[in-house]
Design a protein. Structure first.
Length: 364
């Protein structure tokens, strides 16, 4: 599962990527600095791992990860191939969620492709290009379903009606994620099209360090613009975060953060937000060899969770032994929890909860 960082050229995408990843993407004060997408596999910050490690004292700790892709900047006309448009749109279509970086700070020394600072306008530029590309895909599908619906095919008629509603919304500059559709309509008719504006989005407001906590007028304007969207928003002083990242000493980093009113790096908040945006959650396994966070989808069953470790675990699933993370911490480990009768045995229908401690029994 991966999230793509997108935005106009020169708004801080690659600088943000560098904050998130050990891979150093090229960053410079001119458009199209990023041509090929940079990919980083990034640990998800989770203080629960530290607490588990204090109890278990394992040889190794393995956090959950999320993949972040830094994609080339998009400009007006991208849907028609302007700039790096076709490459950009192909790369973003392959991601599962969008992190949309918007410039919300004033600085005459850093050029802006549109000459003025207006994050709402910048958002609309990218939205328009993505909507045009989605409209092309919807029109193609409409042409196919129209013929089938005319023959009396009821399923084709339902799909045709949904697609027409989506087409009308896109033509009125509404992204697919903001269209009022049932879960069934999205799953059966929209998801197979892999529409870009149907992907979940996190708007990142790139501000100066003085606005890192409270935001500013640019942030307020964007917040108003997205209020009817099914989207999240995060405020980050990306340039400041980059400076903090260069410090080797942990205490120096904390002092730097406190000076601008933050308790933790904004990059950590973003990684966790991206994880949630992808509708992911974590369960744990804990032993002397390894304490590990495993990534699953929200709503996954116990066998599906077991399959993340190995496909044989899912195929031969018998049962899962489940301990709540809070019980594990409160009572000091697996042995104590078992003695108190707090461990539960769950079957194939069990829906795994975030933070569950799990052991699987299987037979292949």
């Amino acid at each position: 599962m991966k999230a793509g960082i997108v935005g106009l050229p020169n708004v801080g995408k690659s600088t943000l990527f560098n904050c998130l990843s050990n891979a150093k993407a090229q960053s410079a004060n001119y458009p199209f600095c990023t041509i090929e997408p940079n990919v980083g596999v990034i640990n998800v910050p989770d203080e629960r791992l530290e607490k588990l490690s204090e109890i278990v004292n394992p040889e190794k700790v393995q956090p959950a990860v999320v993949e972040i892709v830094d994609i080339a900047g998009l400009v007006k006309g991208a849907s028609k191939g302007e700039g790096l448009g076709n490459k950009f749109l192909a790369n973003i279509r392959e991601t599962d969620a969008i992190i949309h970086v918007l410039r919300c700070f004033d600085n005459d020394n850093i050029v802006h492709v549109e000459t003025t600072i207006d994050p709402v306008r910048d958002k609309e530029i990218i939205d328009f290009e993505l909507q045009i590309k989605d409209l092309e895909a919807v029109d193609k599908r409409i042409d196919k379903t129209k013929k089938a619906s005319r023959t009396g095919d009821k399923e084709a008629t339902k799909e045709f009606d949904v697609l027409v509603r989506v087409k009308e919304a896109l033509e009125s500059a509404t992204s697919v994620r903001a269209i009022d559709l049932t879960e069934k309509e999205r799953e059966e008719y929209i998801k197979p099209l892999q529409l870009i504006t149907d992907k979940p989005v996190l708007y990142v407001c790139n501000v100066d360090d003085k606005s890192a906590v409270t935001g500013n007028a640019h942030v307020d304007a964007l917040k108003e613009a997205i209020k009817n969207e099914d989207a999240q928003m995060l405020i980050l002083a990306v340039g400041t975060e980059a400076d903090i990242n260069e410090l080797d000493d942990y205490e120096e980093r904390q002092i730097f953060l406190e000076d601008i009113g933050l308790t933790e790096p904004g990059a950590s908040k973003l990684i966790r937000s991206a994880y949630k945006l992808l509708k992911l959650q974590t369960y744990f396994t804990a032993g002397v060899k390894e304490v590990r966070a495993w990534t699953i989808h929200i709503g996954d069953t116990a066998p599906q969770a077991a399959g993340v470790i190995h496909t044989d675990f899912e195929k031969g699933f018998i049962r899962a032994e489940v301990i709540k993370y809070t019980d594990f911490i409160e009572f000091g480990g697996e042995k104590q929890v078992k003695e108190l009768g707090k461990m539960k045995v769950e079957g194939k229908e069990y829906i795994v909860q975030d933070g569950d401690m799990m052991n699987f029994r299987f037979n292949v």
